[in-house]
Design a protein around this ligand. Structure first.
Ligand SMILES: O=C1C[C@@](O)(C(=O)O)C[C@@H](O)[C@@H]1O
Length: 259
């Protein structure tokens, strides 16, 4: 794995970076939420476009992305658009998805856009090419929100994602048992040693919390947290996550220093 520069951050260098998702539905609430993120130690912001009420109004999307871009300053912005089969909030056709993501790329309002494996290969390819030309980063993503594929399949998914030549990868799954969590972390570690792109893996639900804080150990470069501890099972707040990441980093350094 090679570190990736995302604005001023280096994904894959130092402790994993903490990303907070915006799931508000209108521009005012989105901007207000972004302001709150700025008061935390979050490193990255994800705008979940599938929660946006005016998903069919491309001008509103452009305006809102612009506002976000300005308010966030140095914080990188990743735009994500998930269908319900991926845990997303609303269905967006492939054609509309392609148009929306293309527009975000060419307007340079997002620092990175997610390219979902669930979309047809020609669309994924066209968007990855467009992003490359426009110097916007791409996050190749795969979601398995009902279960966690077995270890070999997880390795295969990450390897296939890597072949698409997106800049970094994300695999989010729902574990049914503790072994699933271990398999996901293990697949992250295995594949990160074979490919260039940094990987982020997240196991959902209460069993998955370990994946949100132990990324440094198994080479997951980005984790997700909430502004405050929410009722979503398995989720931690930004500051809780930061404390875990720092504590693990410090004790790791102490151990190395003592040897
Ligand atoms: O992949 C993920 C992880 C996530 O679902 C979580 O549970 O933290 C939050 C999403 O917004 C993000 O895209």
């Amino acid at each position: 794995m090679k570190p990736l520069k995302l604005k001023k951050l280096h994904l894959g260098m130092g402790v994993p970076k903490i990303c907070v998702s915006i799931t508000e539905s209108d521009p005012l609430a989105i901007v207000a939420f972004a302001g709150q993120i700025l008061t935390t130690s979050a490193d990255i912001v994800e705008w979940r476009l599938d929660y946006f009420d005016e998903i069919n109004d491309s001008e509103k999307i452009r305006e809102t992305a612009n506002l976000l871009h300005n308010i966030l300053g140095d914080l990188p912005l990743i735009v994500s658009l998930r269908n319900p089969s991926e845990g997303g909030h609303q269905t967006v056709s492939d054609a509309a998805y392609q148009q929306l993501i293309s527009q975000l790329i060419t307007s340079h309002t997002a620092n990175a856009v997610e390219i979902n494996w669930s979309r047809p290969a020609p669309i994924r390819q066209q968007l990855a090419n467009l992003a490359r030309v426009n110097q916007v980063l791409t996050l190749g993503s795969y979601y398995s929100i009902q279960n966690t594929p077995d270890y070999d399949h997880l390795v295969q998914i990450l390897t296939h994602l890597a072949r698409e030549q997106t800049n970094f990868l994300k695999l989010t799954t729902m574990p049914q048992n503790d072994q699933d969590v271990l398999n996901l972390m293990s697949a992250n570690l295995t594949v990160s040693e074979k490919i260039d792109q940094p990987i982020s893996t997240i196991a959902l639900g209460p069993k998955g919390t370990a994946t949100r804080i132990a990324g440094h150990t198994f080479h997951s470069v980005m984790t997700y947290a909430d502004l405050k501890r929410s009722s979503v099972p398995g989720h931690l707040s930004v500051e809780e996550t930061r404390q875990f990441l720092n504590a693990m980093d410090e004790t790791g350094l102490n151990v190395r220093g003592a040897m």
